[in-house]
Design a protein around this ligand. Structure first.
Ligand SMILES: Cc1cc2nc3c(=O)[nH]c(=O)nc-3n(C[C@H](O)[C@H](O)[C@H](O)COP(=O)(O)OP(=O)(O)OC[C@H]3O[C@@H](n4cnc5c(N)ncnc54)[C@H](O)[C@@H]3O)c2cc1C
Length: 446
């Protein structure tokens, strides 16, 4: 059995995630093999000791934050075995770079890909901007090796039967990462289960050929109306992503990108192509939409695209810095709604009486409204506002989480969306695999 770390100074570095929620733990295990992971789980089970899986802690929901007991960090499970065979603790961005150097492509791209782990992204069924074309992590994972909460080591693929009954329910017909998937096999159950059913140690992925070339456009639009009118046109032109930034987000990135014009919003669009970049049809469409075409930034190569991505990535990171500086927790929406309700949701976001920044995956009608409370009183108000917005998004047929999951901070929002009978079914399932409830205690459904 590996020795746990007990030094509070070391443990301190593992107690918070990007939501800024802080927890506590007595022990930290850093296993190097699946067998060691299984030993740690068995050891904790024998003592009914809570065990929280922690990877890179980029979660925004408190999911990897321990509430006592032991932590299991996946950081030492860090080998890329083959192009399509990777340990859970490997950084997603590092894995993607490795695959791309061989001319292959692993499409899921959470904005945090250079900070988050492959296993964390699987456990959250993470998405990203390219989800518009390629979907979330789920379809790109062929199988996993995992240690279930009862200590059993499994190899799960889509032919692996479910060991327990799993509630079947109708997820909202939008991008969603909220709650347990109505899985028909063990692999699909583990993907997106936020570390409450088992610990993923290794994964086999599905790869495709690296797209030959990518054109990236950063286009500025004068009004909300022009944005909403242009969106269906842009979706129909088959890009791989459509990201948006509201005017507060543009204020934050001014200075990082030269000459950001006075615009209501901006769209970042990526288009895969062979040969000449399809500039003409896109500029025609932008002109027709009334976009500020002279200000459009065009990137036709990797380095130009990388500069725009740095800007895109700077946004959530800057928001996280602001909330950390204010000493509060993040209150950021992750709702996705049907495309025909997006304008309604944006109108509600506009009316929120608190400083905010809105950006995200508008191609999927999935935006992050980040409220920026300055103190504890505003934080409490922000949470009330958030709850009202969550109700509205659910009433529109949306999801309370398009990609970040539920964690500890969004448990009551999940209950707005999922029938109580289904949540009871999940509790019963969790009880079967983990009667003492040690793994990820309190995550997802309390
Ligand atoms: C700046 C920023 C941008 C982000 N952008 C996106 C985005 O575009 N799309 C998106 O989907 N998310 C995004 N996120 C959220 C976050 O990056 C993802 O959810 C990511 O998948 C978490 O990975 P991690 O390695 O940090 O896991 P952690 O945060 O450490 O853990 C997340 C959850 O997964 C569980 N877990 C971790 N590893 C395993 C494992 N091996 N087995 C079982 N359970 C495990 C943990 O217990 C916890 O419940 C962003 C976060 C930040 C801070």
């Amino acid at each position: 059995m590996i020795e746990p770390v007990r030094d509070p100074a070391v443990l301190e570095g593992y107690l918070r995630d990007a939501s800024n929620l802080r927890g506590e733990a007595e022990l930290l295990f850093r296993p190097r093999t699946t067998a060691e992971v299984a030993e740690v789980v068995a050891w904790c089970q024998a003592r009914a000791m809570p065990l929280t899986v922690t990877a890179r802690r980029t979660s925004t929901t408190g999911a990897p934050v321990p509430m006592g007991g032991a932590l299991l960090s996946t950081e030492m499970l860090a080998t890329i075995h083959a192009l399509d065979d990777v340990d859970a603790g490997v950084l997603l961005g590092e894995y993607q770079a490795h695959v791309e150097a061989a001319g292959r492509f692993f499409p899921p791209d959470p904005t945090s890909r250079n900070e988050c782990s492959v296993g964390g992204a699987i456990a959250c069924n993470a998405s990203g901007s390219r989800t518009f074309k390629y979907g979330p992590m789920r379809p790109w994972i062929e199988s996993v090796e995992a240690v279930l909460a009862d200590g059993t080591v499994v190899h799960a693929d889509r032919s692996t039967p479910l060991p327990w009954p799993v509630p079947q329910w109708e997820e909202p017909h939008v991008k969603t990462a909220a709650g347990l998937y109505p899985a028909k096999n063990l692999l699909d159950l583990l993907i997106g289960s936020e570390g409450i059913l088992g610990i993923i140690t290794r994964a086999r992925t599905r790869l495709v050929a690296l797209p030959a070339q990518v054109l990236t456009l950063l286009a500025f639009l004068p009004t909300r109306e022009s944005l909403l009118a242009f969106l269906p046109v842009a979706r129909g032109m088959g890009p791989r992503c459509i990201e948006s930034f509201d005017r507060h987000a543009l204020d934050l990135i001014r200075g990082r990108v030269p000459d950001v014009p006075a615009a209501d919003c901006a769209l970042m669009i990526e288009i895969e192509h062979d040969g000449e970049p399809p500039l003409e049809p896109w500029f025609d469409a932008l002109v027709a939409a009334g976009a500020l075409v002279d200000d459009t930034v065009v990137a036709t190569d990797d380095s130009g695209r990388a500069k725009l991505h740095v800007m895109r990535h700077a946004l959530p990171a800057t928001v996280n810095e602001i909330i950390a500086r204010n000493g509060v927790q993040k209150v950021g929406t992750d709702f996705a709604v049907p495309a025909d309700r997006l304008g309604e949701l944006l109108a509600l976001y506009d009316a929120v009486p608190m400083a905010s920044v809105c950006f995200g995956h508008i191609g999927d009608s999935h935006l992050h409204l980040n409220l920026l409370p300055r103190d504890a009183a505003e934080l409490a108000r922000a949470r009330e506002l958030y709850f009202e917005l969550a109700k509205a998004a659910v009433a529109m047929g949306g999801s309370v989480s398009g990609e970040h999951g539920i964690g500890r901070l969004k448990v009551k929002h999940l209950a707005l969306m999922v029938p109580p009978g289904v949540i009871d079914g999940w509790r019963a399932l969790k009880h079967q695999v983990d009667p003492a409830g040690i793994l990820g205690r309190g995550v997802m459904f309390g």
